[in-house]
Design a protein around this ligand. Structure first.
Ligand SMILES: Cc1cc2nc3c(=O)[nH]c(=O)nc-3n(C[C@H](O)[C@H](O)[C@H](O)COP(=O)(O)O)c2cc1C
Length: 387
């Protein structure tokens, strides 16, 4: 067993162990991938202030996200097809998150259903909703999330139409994979993945198959999205959904100050500053670059979270120091899952926790909740002057 010390170690193992179409699905952004690349490279532009001779005993990374205690302010982001990276992937990731003490968010486009995850965990998880045209389906899935005891609804606003990722089209991405000759040749080298898949019944979209009427091809994410997602989603509809849900509401995919202000107006509990990990609007600015202006505009009125580009505990520290109250990891935990299942997700969380804790200490801080811009060296024009 190789010694794993970074999230990139897990990524390389994920690449070796998962079928190409699923690794590529995770490891890509839309069109030229500029936003996908800048989400990570912009974190690297921010440097840290080394401080010395400060008591660094009794450190803590515990915090709260939407009033919920967390071992560190890092939740698992909703990721579609997680159960294709590794058999029963959502259940495994949710268990790892539960044991670690961080929130798990289940995607609408998951392989394991809401009920599957609830059955295998005892801590309430969060449910991410994509709004469909079929109102009955939406009402029904909200009711299912409530019945399963989900403690927050994460409403994703930046994917009513799918950003194009070239590799998904070229690989013919489906769940389960269609057995074409190139796919079969590739699967022949992924015996560990194949064995897991043979032992589970969960191989299609668990929240959708058997619950949605009149659906064409449920195996294809792109055709389902094109047929079913509600292109008319607007703030009035979001307000209605908030009422229907009646619990904690997190709005995901906010990247603009004006939209952040609207989220405050409708009374959401939190927003996630996010560009969907660079998978939607290519050419949008990185989430970390947009974070400071959004925090300045609404940070005293709503809890601001962020994701997109986090690959280390240092990235988490930078986001917190720029005003985020919580962060999410997408690919960082998916690499762990594709590499080693539940153990790999735990490993990803451990790597990030250790990096966060040690970085905090070397910056002269003991409590993650006191991190502020003082621990950073931010380039003068980091946010940029855009007209
Ligand atoms: C493979 C993959 C699938 C995703 N599926 C969903 C999804 O179903 N729902 C959603 O709201 N966001 C989805 N996202 C976006 C993530 O929730 C999150 O915003 C993103 O991964 C953060 O960027 P990072 O991967 O750089 O951490 C997905 C991201 C990836 C990488």
């Amino acid at each position: 067993m190789p010694v794993i010390t970074t999230i990139d170690d897990l990524r390389r193992m994920h690449k070796r162990r998962a079928p190409k179409m699923f690794y590529d699905y995770a490891e890509s952004g839309s069109w030229t991938e500029q936003t996908f690349r800048e989400n990570t490279s912009d974190f690297d532009l921010i440097r840290l202030r080394q401080r010395v001779a400060v008591d660094m005993s009794n450190r803590t990374t515990t915090s709260q996200m939407i009033g919920q205690d967390v071992a560190m302010p890092v939740a698992l982001a909703p990721v579609g097809l997680t159960g294709m990276q590794c058999a029963d992937g959502e259940i495994k990731a949710a268990k790892a998150a539960e044991k670690f003490g961080v929130p798990f968010t289940l995607s609408t486009m998951s392989i394991c259903s809401i009920e599957d995850v609830a059955e295998h965990t005892s801590t309430p998880f969060w449910f991410q909703l994509y709004v469909m045209q079929d109102e009955e389906f939406v009402d029904n899935i909200i009711a299912r999330a409530k019945n399963a005891g989900c403690s927050a609804l994460v409403l994703t606003l930046d994917l009513q139409i799918l950003g194009q990722r070239h590799k998904d089209l070229k690989n013919g991405l489906t769940a389960p994979p269609k057995l074409t000759i190139p796919t079969m040749i590739n699967l022949a080298t992924k015996w560990r993945w194949g064995l897991g898949m043979l032992q589970t019944k969960r191989r299609s979209f668990g929240n959708i198959v058997g619950h949605a009427k009149g659906v064409g091809d449920t195996s294809s994410l792109s055709s389902w999205t094109a047929e079913q997602f509600d292109l008319q989603l607007d703030w009035a509809k979001i307000a209605k959904l908030k009422e229907k849900w009646g619990g904690k509401l997190i709005l995901k995919g906010i990247l603009d100050v004006e939209d952040a202000k609207k989220a405050v107006e409708i009374g959401a509990d939190a927003i996630i500053v996010s560009n969907h990990g660079g998978r939607q609007l290519d050419g949008a600015l990185s989430a970390i670059r947009m974070l400071p202006s959004i925090v300045a505009a609404v940070g005293d009125k709503i809890e601001v979270h962020m994701d997109s580009g986090i690959r280390s505990g240092q990235d988490v520290l930078k986001a917190l120091a720029l005003g985020a109250k919580g962060t999410y990891i997408g690919r960082a935990f998916i690499y762990g899952l594709g590499a080693m299942g539940e153990e790999g997700v735990t490993k990803a969380l451990e790597v990030i926790h250790k990096e966060l804790d040690i970085t905090m200490a070397l910056c002269g801080r003991r409590d993650v909740q006191t991190l502020d811009r003082d621990v950073l060296l931010v380039p003068k024009n980091f946010e940029g002057e855009w007209a």
